[in-house]
Design a protein around this ligand. Structure first.
Ligand code: GLN
Length: 453
């Protein structure tokens, strides 16, 4: 009965593209078998998790929420999902997302919008679950699964976590293998856990992380046991408040949550210091050059020959097949990114846009390198507003891109960052706070998150 109720709720949220309850049940059975035979249980034993449909899963359709990959059944498993199965987790299903992880509201999916389980006090109107990991945030917030994988290129774990009142961790770039994760912007893409608590994220991240020779950017570092070292006592720690994050257009309620966050961290023993990250305002425009540039290159592989959809008009040649397949197979936002990306990479504009953006990226990273002389972690809002209504921003790409304004600096610098639920706003909707940390210091990030949680 509980299962059927969950299935019904999942259907109403449109969080799943494919449901695989039999796999979750197998993992549960494996727990019984292991217990009976006295075998050790893995750290995720029997946990039914949702898998963002950007991770290749052997034998299970993987679409990146696109038409062009509809019907694509990978013959291999992504490293991250394999690690989770090895740790004992079971897959409840493949979760909806923005198409190719491009978006902030899960409205660019070929399989339809995801709805947040949250409602405004006294109203039954829908809200977006954030994006691109909107199926992950909605299903965890609705208690359909205790945890889900997400990926974060420029905020796609943190923003949906903030919109739905859950915890999401984007680890240091390279912590989790990108092997078998459908590529969006390879120098930024990073997988991470989304769950109800900091501790659950810490346990799950440990199962996901680790060196992988199949990803050349994978970090060859030991994976710490973050969960057993969680400690909300922040005495001796300094928390930086970047003054450039006080931007026009940020809701007063967001500023209020930020103030409260400072107090909670102060109560936990931390010293609050004002800091400066001078190139913050250039991060978003640089991101929206670099990410589309890399995307336009990564998406070149969808040519109608190798994966999924093929549209071969009567009497058509190769070029016609490419054009027909890609015109039909990609959604508008994906096409917009390809157009921007090929434009900024074209010979005549490369120096003016792509090269400049790379320089800005280096400056943003340097801002952070310098700030670590003054503090251990940064506290900032995750998003400039609470969740919005479906359709409110979908006709205005620039407004949509602004959702990521606080998230992208840490992405450009490859730093660990998380969103943790802070409070409910006047409408009863959740607001998140963001912690950004030094490279490889997921522990420091999660400890600060624990003090807020
Ligand atoms: N919303 C951002 C974008 O559309 C970030 C996406 C992501 O992190 N995958 O590019």
């Amino acid at each position: 009965e509980a299962f059927n109720a969950a299935v019904e709720q999942a259907a109403s949220l449109n969080a799943f593209i494919v449901a695989t309850p039999e796999k979750a049940l197998e993992a549960a059975d494996a727990v019984d078998d292991a217990r009976a035979s006295g075998k050790d249980l893995g750290p995720m034993a029997g946990v039914p998790i949702g898998m963002k449909d950007l991770f290749c899963t052997k034998g299970v359709q993987t679409t990146a929420a696109s038409h062009i990959l509809e019907g694509f059944v990978p013959q291999y498993e992504s490293t991250v999902s394999q690690k989770l199965w090895d740790a004992g987790a079971g897959m409840l299903g493949k979760l909806n997302l923005d198409q190719f992880a491009m978006g902030s509201s899960n409205e660019t999916s070929y399989f339809g919008n995801v709805t947040s389980p949250w409602r405004k006090t006294g109203s039954n109107a829908d809200f977006v679950a954030g994006g691109s990991s909107g199926g992950s945030s909605a299903s965890v917030a609705a208690r359909i699964c205790p945890a889900a994988t997400g990926t974060d290129t420029g905020g796609s774990i943190r923003q949906p976590a903030a919109f739905t009142g859950i915890v999401g961790v984007k680890p240091t770039y390279g912590r989790c293998s990108r092997c078998g994760v459908v590529a969006f912007a390879s120098s930024l893409d990073q997988a991470g856990p989304m769950a109800r608590s900091v501790e659950d994220c810490a346990i799950m991240l440990r199962a996901m992380a680790g060196f992988d020779p199949k990803d050349s950017t994978s970090l060859d570092l030991p994976v710490p046991d973050w969960a057993s070292a969680l400690d909300a006592d922040l005495r001796g720690k300094k928390v930086g408040i970047p003054r450039e994050y006080r931007m026009d257009g940020t809701d007063p309620e967001i500023l209020d949550s930020w103030e409260r966050g400072k107090e909670w961290l102060r109560d936990a023993g931390a010293e609050i210091v004002d800091v400066s990250l001078p190139h913050t305002k250039y991060a978003l425009p640089a991101y929206y050059i670099i990410a589309p540039a890399e995307a336009s290159s990564n998406l070149a592989r969808y040519d109608g020959v190798r994966y999924g959809l093929r549209d071969l008009p009567e009497g058509a040649g190769l070029q016609d097949m490419y054009a027909a397949t890609r015109s039909e197979g990609f959604g508008d936002e994906v096409k917009r990114r390809i157009l921007i990306g090929t434009y900024v990479l074209s010979a005549g504009f490369y120096d003016a846009y792509y090269n400049q953006a790379q320089k800005v990226r280096a400056l943003v990273a340097r801002d952070f390198e310098q700030v670590w002389n003054e503090c251990d972690v940064i506290l900032a809002p995750t998003t400039p507003t609470a969740a919005f209504s479906p359709g409110a921003q979908s006709d205005n790409p620039l407004a949509m891109y602004l959702n990521d304004v606080f998230a992208v600096p840490a992405s450009l610098a490859g730093l660990p960052a998380m969103s943790v639920p802070a409070m409910l706003n006047g409408d009863g909707l959740p607001l998140g706070l963001q912690i950004v940390g030094k490279p490889f210091d997921e522990q420091g990030v999660m400890n600060a998150g624990l003090a807020i949680e």
